[in-house]
Structure formats: C-alpha cells, structure tokens
Design a protein around this ligand. Structure first.
Ligand SMILES: C[S@@+](CC[C@H](N)C(=O)[O-])C[C@H]1O[C@@H](n2cnc3c(N)ncnc32)[C@H](O)[C@@H]1O
Length: 336
C-alpha cells in the first residue's frame, strides 16, 4: 500500500474512535431517539435540548460534530437523523442492530488502560465493573435478534416444539433479555435462567419483574454444574456464553443431561475466522476487537472447530453447525 493510502487507512481508525463517542453520547442521552421521533421536519438544537434535557449549547455542538460523521444532517438550523442511521442504531429487533455494540465498545474500552499490563504479565483482570455487564447486555441484544430472525428460520422444527407448557433453560442468561423476548414470543413457555454473576442475577430479576413475567421466568444463581436440572428441558440455550466458561466440556455435559428426550441443545456464538481473507474483513476486525476485550478478563473467543471439539470431548452426539447470515454461528444438537 502507498504511504498516503496507509495514512488514510490509519486515520479512518481514529475517525472511528471519535465517531463511536458521538454515537455513544447520542444513544445515552436519547438524542437519536428524539430526532427520529421528530421525523423529516427535524429539530432545532434548542428543541433537541429541551426534549432530552441536554444543555442547549452542547446539544448544538453534538449535532455539529455528529454531522461531520454523517450521523445526522444539520442543515439551515434543523437537525435530522437519516432513516438508515436510525434503524442501525436504534432498532434492537433487527440483526443489523449496532447500537448495543457501540455502547459495549465505548464502555468496555474504559477498562483498556489495563491492556498493557495484562499483555506484559499474562495476568487477567479478574473482575470488571458492573457497568461492563450492563454494556454486555446491550451488545447481546443483537444476538436475541439473530436468534429470532436467523436461528428459528434455519430450524423451524425448534420453533414448532416451543409449544405451550414447554420448558426452556438459558445458561448464563446475563440480564435476561433473551428470556423476556422468548416469553413474549412463545406465550405458554416456562423459562429458567441460570446466571453466575450476582449483579446480573439482580438485573435479570428486576427486568423480568418489570416486564410482568415473573410468573413464567425464574432466574437461579449458579452454573449448570451446580443447579442440577435433569431431563426436563425442551430447549437448553447458550448465547455468547460457552466460550467464557471455566469448563465448557463439563458444562455441555450437564446441559445435555438437562435436555429431555427429543429436546434441543443450542449454542449461539461468534467464532474466530480461520481463513486469512475472512480475518481481514469488516467482520474479522469486529471479532478481533471483541477478542481484545476478552484478553483483559482472561477469556477468549474460539474457532468453530474448537467448540465442536468440546461437544466431542463431552461425549455428546455429533451436533450440526450452521453459519448464519449475520456472521454468528449456531451449533445445534437434536436427536429427534
Ligand atoms: C457475555 S455474558 C453473556 C450473557 C447472556 N447470555 C447474554 O447473551 O447477554 C457471558 C456469561 O458467561 C458467564 N461467565 C463468564 N465467566 C464465568 C466464570 N468464570 N464462571 C461462570 N460463569 C461465567 C457469566 O455468567 C455471563 O453471564
């Protein structure tokens, strides 16, 4: 690459860093929400400030900068958000949703001052602040959309088996977003979340109660190895969790033991690309970015082959791996 082109390439990364913080600020303060609600008419900076509680001069400065990054159009004193920007940043039920990923990147990066030390010593940072787990919950909102829009489409029999009375376990259920989405989509389901982190258990229980679903969703504190469910679930699900667990093989064995005959074990995750061209792609860069985040806490994303190896090591029947349109993959074990 010519030096000028390389320079532009590197500058693009710096631009992305600053753009991320304009996005983060706009999401946290509800600026994008207010602009979308105003439609094509848009808002003045004073109106935007009044609707979001932001200091008026700074609302104007945010809009000015967000315009530089093509996040809003700021013309003749009126600020508008383009429909495609709003859809990608705000529509949590679409697989293209990236708003949560921006929030995760911004909040997660607050811990990145620890990276040099982790790389030097090889010692992970064993606990991250609660804000980090809230950010994870926002990141994995996209996984919930992928499950509904891609996994259930690829496995229609799974959706058919989730009939009223069926039982579902979400292993390491975080803030409970998938549980709540499932309870709403499949009204007769009874769901259990298993979660290890105390603050996530509290958040999940509060979210479930807030959604009015406490009669159908229970959140248990612990791991699959401690809670002792046997042959009772129609579906046991892992979402962005298996690769982070201290013993994925033993956990898979317990999870399969919890599935009743004819039921489903489903693992949704994002795997490391093994092909160099795939690595040097937009998707590969995002995976590499998330891998950097995992380095801090001593966990790592794995290849699909490694994940399949855990199923074999656990002595489970051979599962099916499906690469999904979003770039996520699902591993499904179902002996019909
Ligand atoms: C990235 S979160 C995903 C949570 C949720 N499934 C979601 O999609 O939002 C990973 C989960 O792995 C679990 N986990 C991570 N490290 C763990 C450890 N050392 N022991 C037990 N569980 C752990 C946490 O409980 C956490 O909920």
């Amino acid at each position: 690459m010519r030096l000028d082109d390389r320079f532009d390439d590197m500058v693009a990364s710096l631009r992305g860093f600053y753009r991320t913080w304009y996005v983060f600020t706009g999401l946290e303060l509800g600026l994008f929400d207010a602009l979308r609600a105003a439609g094509t008419h848009g808002l003045t900076a004073a109106e935007l400030a009044a609707r979001t509680g932001v200091e008026p001069a700074l609302a104007g400065r945010w809009a000015w900068g967000a315009d530089a990054f093509s996040l809003v159009e700021n013309v003749d004193g009126r600020i508008r958000v383009p429909g495609d920007v709003a859809a990608i940043l705000l529509d949590a039920d679409r697989p293209e949703f990236l708003g949560g990923h921006f929030q995760f990147a911004a909040v997660g990066s607050l811990d990145y001052d620890r990276l040099p030390d982790v790389f030097r010593t090889g010692r992970a940072v064993l606990s991250r602040p609660d804000r980090y787990r809230v950010a994870i919950e926002r990141l994995t909102v996209q996984d919930v959309a992928v499950f509904f829009e891609e996994v259930l489409v690829a496995f229609p029999q799974l959706a058919a088996d989730l009939r009223p009375g069926a039982r579902v376990i979400d292993v390491h259920s975080g803030g409970g977003r998938w549980l709540i989405a499932m309870a709403r989509r499949f009204p007769g389901l009874r769901l259990t979340g298993v979660e290890f982190e105390p603050d996530s258990v509290d958040r999940a229980r509060a979210n479930v109660t807030g959604a009015g679903l406490a009669d159908r969703i229970t959140v248990e504190q612990g791991s699959m190895l401690s809670v002792g469910h046997v042959a009772e679930a129609d579906l046991v699900y892992f979402q962005y969790a298996l690769h982070q667990l201290p013993d994925p093989v033993a956990t898979l064995r317990s999870a399969w033991a919890a599935v009743r005959p004819g039921g489903w074990l489903v693992v949704l995750d994002w795997y490391l690309p093994t092909d160099p061209d795939e690595l040097r792609s937009a998707q590969g860069e995002l995976i590499a970015g998330v891998q950097l985040d995992e380095v801090i806490q001593g966990t790592r994303l794995v290849t699909a082959a490694e994940a399949l190896g855990w199923f074999a090591a656990a002595g489970l029947p051979a599962p099916e791996l499906v690469d999904l349109p979003s770039g996520a993959s699902v591993i499904v074990l179902h002996v019909g």
